[in-house]
Write a new protein. Sequence first.
Length: 133
Amino acid sequence: AENEIKKMKDLFVTYKVAKLLKKKGFNESCLGYYFGDKLKYPSELTTTENQDKCQYITTGILAPALEQAINWLMDNHNIFILPHITFDDNNGHWYYYSINYRKKVKNSNFTDGSFNRNQALETAILEALNHIK
């Protein structure tokens, strides 16, 4: 069960990206929240945390899923992130991304990617957020 929770947590943006999303205006309902720098789900909250949840959410850090952050960038800033994968002759794979900033496409280099899809998406989201004024 612990491994399944770890896999689920990998679907959410990191605390660093969540803070930047908040700074850039992200304020949508999320399945996760950061209490300090720890990702929590409503079912994991202690009684005290549950009592403070409503107040905390308005002042704390929301934790969107990676796909939710990508959709927010598209819907609110016309920034489109597309993940890609390439394979080598040894059945290895490498994830990378392209970012379309309203007609100007920035394709990542292979070195900007990762062996992990979610890490590549996290990198792309962070780059896109830093592009927003």
